[in-house]
Design a protein around this ligand. Structure first.
Ligand code: NDP
Length: 240
């Protein structure tokens, strides 16, 4: 039975994927900060663990716990994400950095922490959840796009580094998907754009996100893509 560590499993894509993989025979460790939102996952045999991906001690403790209990981590799914929208001129740099912390540096640190075990086992699948926003850009999404372009580049370079050890790096690029993120992102955009010289643009983008939210797909679509990616006999780098 393959052991999975998935981040951002307290809602949206992460929670749905954790359940879907557990139902399909995987030993799943689901992680997030809001452990209370992962209680129900226990009904599927999933082990919920606290993890704040921006905290080094939390990352180390989480990986150590799983390696001690399960003996290995076969699959890492870097799904936790942060999406704030707004004009570059308006967004505080602290918020920009936070997005990079969650979407890029935390994912990279987790990869560092699991790679020794994967190399020892000559097997590993690292799944990085990027976005359609990691391929194309829209105004008001500068830091989100920059972080997702970064995880795409990092994944492509890492794939070449680790291939010889039997490890694959898979990139998933979801389109609009039902989750907490779109709502939170729009709320942030509206809050910081009130008096902005860009507020005319913000209004349009906010309307567009509201439409995306309304027409968003069920997260199970992405969960199925992730399963397809980790089970593929002939590796493919991207699933969108
Ligand atoms: P949600 O907002 O529903 O889920 C985000 C998850 O990330 C939550 O479980 C949250 O858990 C976790 N998270 C955020 N910050 C931290 C942190 N500091 N430490 C640990 N966990 C954290 O969004 P989605 O399901 O939509 O997002 C999942 C991924 O999919 C993201 O990478 C996102 O960029 C990507 N994506 C989503 C799209 C969409 O339309 N929804 C489109 C394209 C890509 P908690 O707060 O409990 O810690």
């Amino acid at each position: 039975m393959k052991t999975v560590l998935i981040t951002g499993a307290s809602s949206g894509i992460g929670k749905t994927t954790a359940i879907f993989l557990a139902q399909n025979g995987y030993n799943v460790y689901a992680t997030a900060r809001r452990v209370e939102k992962m209680e129900e996952l226990k009904n599927f045999g999933i082990k919920p663990l606290f993890l704040d991906v921006t905290k080094e001690d939390s990352l180390v403790a989480c990986v150590q716990h799983i390696l001690t209990e399960a003996g290995r981590i076969d699959i890492l799914i870097n799904n936790a994400g942060s999406g704030y929208y707004g004009a570059l001129e308006d967004m505080p740099m602290a918020d920009a950095k936070y997005q990079f912390d969650v979407n890029v540096f935390a994912a990279a640190r987790l990869m560092q922490l699991v790679l020794p075990s994967m190399r020892a086992n000559k097997y590993g699948k690292i799944v990085n959840i990027s976005s359609i926003g990691g391929k194309v850009t829209l105004p008001m999404g500068v830091w989100y796009h920059a972080s997702k372009f970064a995880i795409e580049g990092l994944s492509d370079a890492l794939r070449k580094e680790v291939k010889a050890f039997g490890i694959d790096v898979i990139v998933i690029e979801p389109g609009g998907t039902k989750s907490e993120m779109t709502g939170l992102g729009t709320e942030y955009l509206n809050r910081i754009s009130g008096k902005s010289v860009y507020s005319h643009l913000a209004k349009g983008v906010s309307k567009m996100y509201a439409t995306t939210e309304k027409n968003a797909s069920d997260p199970i679509v992405i969960a199925k893509l992730i399963k397809k990616g980790i089970e593929a006999k002939v590796p493919r780098t991207r699933y969108a």
